[in-house]
Design a protein around this ligand. Structure first.
Ligand code: SER
Length: 315
C-alpha cells in the first residue's frame, strides 16, 4: 500500500487505524474519510481528511484521483444488531460501499481491504473450531451482506485483478471509540462500566462464547494481510482471525482480579442473544497462520490489564 483511503475513519476501528497507518506509511499517505460523525482532532490535524459519503460513487472517484489512492480500507458498515432494526439500510450501506470501493480500485488496479466478520457464519456452521472454508448461511442482514461482500471481493480479484483481501474479525475490544450496534459490544462496555460504576448489566447470557480480539492485534492484522506476499495466499476474502474466546462469566472474573467489588448481572436482550447463538464459539485460524504468518499477541489477561489501565486514566 502507498496512498491509502480509509472509509469510515471516525468509527471504532477507523479512529485507531488511521493513526496506526500514518505512523507506518507517513501522515500524508493516509486520507481519512468520514461522513456524519466528526473525526478525532488528532486525525484532523495530522493528515488529509475528506468529508464524503462512501455511497456516492462519483465523489469517491474524485477523491481517489485527487490523492492518487492505490488502496482503500473500507470500514463503512452497519453492525449486526443495528442492522436488524433496518435491514434495507444495512444492506444498502454495507453493499454499496463495497461495490464502490471495488469499482474504483478496478480502474486504478488497486487494493481493497474490507473486514468481514464472525457474523458471516450462521446457525448451521460448525460452532467450535469453525473452519476457514465451511457452510455459511448467516441469519442476520449484516451477516448476509458480509458473505456477499466477501464473494464480491473475490470476484473483483478474479475478473479484474483488484488486489482485494480481508479478514473475518471477531468482536473487537478497544478504548478510543465505542462500537455501535454490534452484538459483541458488551465486551467493550463492560470495561467502561467496571471503571465508572463497578457494575455491569450484561445483555448476553452466561455461557455465550464468542471470538474476540484486542484492537492492537486487529490493526496489525489489517496491515499484515495487505502487505502479505500474494504468491502465498490461497485464500483472500476473508481469513478467520481470532485472539481469544470467552463468555461473560470469564471476562467478569478477569475484571474482578483487578476490581474485586465488580458485580455483573444479566438482562438478556433476545435479539442480541439469538445473533450470538448463531455465531461461532471459536474459529480455526490455521489458514491465516499458514498463508501470512498471522499470530495474535493479546489474550484475555493481558487485554484486561491494558483496558483497565487505559480507561482508568481516560475516565
Ligand atoms: N462486532 C460485530 C457485531 O457484533 C461483529 O462483526 O456486529
Amino acid at each position: 500500500m502507498k496512498n491509502i483511503l480509509v472509509l469510515g475513519a471516525a468509527g471504532q476501528i477507523g479512529s485507531e487505524l488511521v493513526p496506526y497507518l500514518r505512523n507506518i506509511y507517513g501522515n500524508h499517505a493516509v486520507v481519512a474519510a468520514y461522513r456524519s460523525t466528526p473525526l478525532p482532532e488528532a486525525i484532523m490535524e495530522s493528515g488529509p481528511c475528506e468529508n464524503m459519503d462512501a455511497l456516492e460513487a462519483a465523489k469517491l472517484h474524485e477523491i481517489v484521483k485527487k490523492h492518487k489512492i492505490d488502496s482503500i480500507i473500507n470500514l463503512v458498515a452497519v453492525l449486526s444488531a443495528k442492522g436488524e432494526g433496518n435491514p434495507p439500510l444495512a444492506w444498502k450501506i454495507n453493499m454499496e460501499s463495497q461495490l464502490n470501493a471495488l469499482e474504483v480500485m478496478r480502474e486504478v488496479k488497486g487494493a481493497v481491504f474490507t473486514p468481514s466478520s464472525i457474523g458471516a457464519f450462521g446457525p448451521t456452521t460448525p460452532m467450535d473450531n469453525t473452519p476457514q472454508d465451511t457452510l455459511m448461511r448467516p441469519s442476520t442482514v449484516y451477516g448476509i451482506s458480509k458473505v456477499a461482500a466477501e464473494l464480491l471481493a473475490d470476484y473483483y480479484h478474479l475478473k479484474f485483478g483488484v488486489d482485494a483481501r480481508g479478514v473475518r474479525y471477531p468482536g473487537i475490544i478497544s478504548n478510543v471509540t465505542l462500537p455501535g450496534g454490534g452484538t459483541t459490544d458488551y465486551a467493550v462496555e463492560i470495561y467502561y462500566e467496571a471503571i465508572k460504576s463497578k457494575s455491569y448489566t450484561c445483555n448476553l447470557g452466561a455461557g455465550t462464547f464468542l471470538d474476540m480480539m484486542y484492537m492492537p492485534d486487529a490493526l496489525r492484522a489489517c496491515v499484515e494481510i495487505m502487505e502479505a506476499d500474494p504468491s502465498k495466499l490461497i485464500h483472500r476474502n476473508c481469513f478467520n482471525v481470532t485472539a481469544m474466546s470467552f463468555d461473560p462469566e470469564m471476562i467478569s472474573a478477569e475484571i474482578k482480579k483487578h476490581i474485586p467489588e465488580f458485580r455483573m448481572e444479566y438482562k438478556v436482550d433476545p435479539i442480541k442473544q439469538a445473533i450470538a447463538n448463531s455465531w461461532p464459539n471459536s474459529m480455526d485460524q490455521t489458514s491465516a497462520q499458514q498463508e501470512w504468518n498471522w499470530k495474535p499477541e493479546y489474550n484475555l489477561k493481558s487485554m484486561t490489564e491494558d483496558m483497565l489501565k487505559v480507561l482508568a486514566k481516560k475516565l
